[in-house]
Ligand binder design. Structure first.
Ligand SMILES: Cc1cc2nc3c(=O)[nH]c(=O)nc-3n(C[C@H](O)[C@H](O)[C@H](O)COP(=O)(O)OP(=O)(O)OC[C@H]3O[C@@H](n4cnc5c(N)ncnc54)[C@H](O)[C@@H]3O)c2cc1C
Length: 211
């Protein structure tokens, strides 16, 4: 259950664009491949882009056991995770009214290092399947050594918000008749035809990579 708190309530367009509903938040998290995780070390803020996967009401990140970032977050300090899907640039008659159609999520949380090996394995699998759908069973199976070289951290999704802007550019009455084009420029990322390396060229493209 996601809580609405003071710090997850936008000051602008809270009722029109804001949401604390997991039915809004989870699909955004599942569509986005990458997040940014922010935390502080003393007075120094850090903001690090990462791949991630959601399973249930947890976000999972993975990293090398030697990574400074992973070791820092393993102590359970407060973090802020953000995810955004930018769908369209909104082109208005004035620069002032230009905007972006987007779906985004902000989560406040603290990390829990995953010691349970089955859960860690499941999180690896979910992340791999998110990045390259249909690939887990095709790949050489993950080894215990590879598992041991990686730390997985789970972040409960308890305090989170979504914000969604969709629609046309804002129009001001007095500008209605001006001969200036208005509309939307789609900027959605799409998976394109995979590019084999020299080894890949010797093999047929597996079914799960045919987009
Ligand atoms: C791709 C993209 C481009 C954007 N471009 C601009 C821009 O150029 N100028 C601009 O003013 N705004 C832009 N925004 C919107 C921006 O993210 C903020 O929502 C906005 O600045 C207003 O914040 P606020 O003062 O209401 O939030 P605050 O009151 O500062 O935030 C309070 C809480 O509201 C929630 N919240 C605020 N914004 C978001 C969000 N986007 N997603 C999820 N939760 C949120 C968080 O929980 C946050 O802790 C953009 C958003 C995206 C995703």
């Amino acid at each position: 259950m996601i809580e609405k708190t003071e710090r997850t309530t936008p000051s602008r367009y809270a009722s029109q664009r804001g949401s604390h509903d997991e039915n809004v938040i989870f699909p955004i998290l599942d569509e986005a491949l990458f997040c940014t995780i922010s935390y502080a070390e003393g007075n120094q803020p850090f903001s690090i882009p990462q791949s991630f996967v959601r399973m249930g009401n947890y976000i999972y990140l993975h990293g090398s056991v030697g990574s400074h970032f992973i070791r820092t977050l393993a102590d359970g300090r407060p973090v802020c995770l953000s995810v955004m899907l930018a769908d369209e640039i909104v082109v208005a008659k004035t620069a002032f009214n230009h905007s972006v159609n987007y779906r985004s999520v902000v989560i406040f949380s603290t990390g829990e290092v995953i010691e349970d090996q089955q859960l860690k394995y499941d999180a690896f699998k979910a992340l791999t399947e998110k990045m390259v759908p249909g690939s887990w069973d095709y790949l050489k199976p993950m080894t215990e050594k590879e598992m041991a070289k990686t730390t997985a951290i789970g972040f409960p999704i308890i305090e989170a918000s979504a914000k969604v802007r969709q629609g046309e550019p804002g129009q001001v009455e007095t500008e209605m008749g001006l001969p200036i084009w208005t509309g939307l420029i789609p900027i959605k990322p799409i998976r394109q035809q995979p590019i084999p390396d020299d080894y890949g060229k010797k093999l047929p493209l597996p079914e799960h990579l045919k987009y």
